[in-house]
Design a protein around this ligand. Structure first.
Ligand code: KIV
Length: 268
């Protein structure tokens, strides 16, 4: 596939202008990423949810830069068309601007990502501007920002009262003005997401933010029914846990009974 068919920041903006929805999913491994890319997913997010949906932890806080670099390089090798966005893990962009730029650079240089994503509102503007000055596109992420789970007192819907809703609207505008090419809106009321989306020129990508965002993102192992995670916003498009259970139960049975391997699986 020619390089020009890669989904770019300009293509995403055009999609918003033309009212075409953006489909984004998380990806952590080569073969899943290849399938998602072939299915027409526009953005593959190497999310720090790798710590939860891949490694089985309760939060994303233990994920390190090296983890995302490792998974991002794998996903980027698989993706022919999709834009690959690498998440900046907890404490890789909050300490100093210099380390933030260095870490974002590593995600692009070693992780082969096309862009990075970081969590937070107005306070992140100076960091975002410096990463952009290094030539790296930045996706914002506001609402339920999982790296602040302990400050929120759990994974809770954000922006439910007028003051926090206004704070999120201000944050979205600040991120657009800083130069973000898109913003993830996580776990906020539908009406608020609709207002933020209508007020921005850049696309919004919702997760638990209703249908009026310019695009949607889900955590792939969750939507495929592998993790057992359930939430109001989540739709299970498959039950991979059951598919794997059935296959492996059959395999164990056939090994124990001697049915596998059969003659057709033997070398002469
Ligand atoms: O890390 C992640 O997968 C994310 C999505 C939930 C948006 O940030």
């Amino acid at each position: 596939m020619p390089r020009s068919q890669r989904v770019t920041v300009h293509a995403l903006r055009r999609m918003k202008d033309e009212g075409k929805k953006i489909a984004m999913l998380t990806a952590y491994d080569y073969y899943t990423a290849r399938i998602l890319d072939e299915c027409g997913v526009d953005i593959l997010l190497v999310g720090d949810t790798v710590g939860m949906a891949f490694a089985g932890h309760d939060t994303t806080l233990g994920v390190r830069l090296d983890h995302i670099v490792y998974h991002s390089e794998i996903v980027a090798r698989a993706a022919q068309r999709a834009m690959v966005v690498a998440d900046m893990p907890f404490l890789t962009y909050q300490l100093t601007i210099e380390t933030a730029v260095q870490n974002a650079g590593r995600l692009v240089q070693d992780g082969k990502a096309h862009a990075v994503k970081l969590e937070g509102g107005r306070a992140m503007v100076p960091v975002i501007k410096r990463i952009l000055r290094a030539g790296i596109p930045v996706m914002g992420h506001i609402g339920l920002t999982p790296q602040s789970v302990h400050r929120f007192g759990g994974f809770r819907v954000q922006g439910k009262d007028e003051e926090s809703a206004q704070r999120l609207k201000d944050a979205a505008r600040a991120l657009e003005d800083a130069g973000c090419f898109a913003i993830v809106l996580e776990a906020i009321p539908r009406q608020l997401a609709a207002e933020i989306t209508a007020g921005l020129r850049i696309p919004t990508i919702g997760i638990g933010a209703g249908p009026d965002c310019d695009g949607q993102v889900l955590v792939t192992p969750d939507m495929l029914g592998l993790t057992g995670f359930a939430a109001k916003y989540l739709k299970h498009y498959a039950n991979l846990r059951q598919v794997i259970t059935d296959a492996v139960t059959q395999y164990v049975k056939e090994v124990k009974s001697g049915e596998f391997p059969g003659p057709e699986h033997c070398y002469e």
